[in-house]
Design a protein around this ligand. Sequence first.
Ligand code: SF4
Length: 104
Amino acid sequence: MTESELAVGAGGVVTGPGVAPGNVAAGGHACPLRFRCLGCEHFSTDVSYLPDLHAHLADLLRSRERLMSAFEADEWARSQAMPSDEEIGRVRGLIDRVTTTSIS
Ligand code: SF4
């Protein structure tokens, strides 16, 4: 089982085969970043994950729109749930990179 598959079970995202040996050895329960794989040095992806990357980007944008609409929540909860510009930019950058790499 890859870390990405483990991340799905933990509510994470399938966007590439994570490669942190310690976490895999621990059955995916030792992730120090709580499965924020897109910002992790151990994360990698390739063109086979392009549909997942597009789906994840769409999810982030939908979540941001929902949270910006009339939705009752404490401010701390709303701000933690809000997809950041950095996360959205990271996914867009990965999509550009794997797309460019696959056609060059
Ligand atoms: S955040 Fe890093 S260490 Fe944790 S599961 Fe994702 S790739 Fe592995």
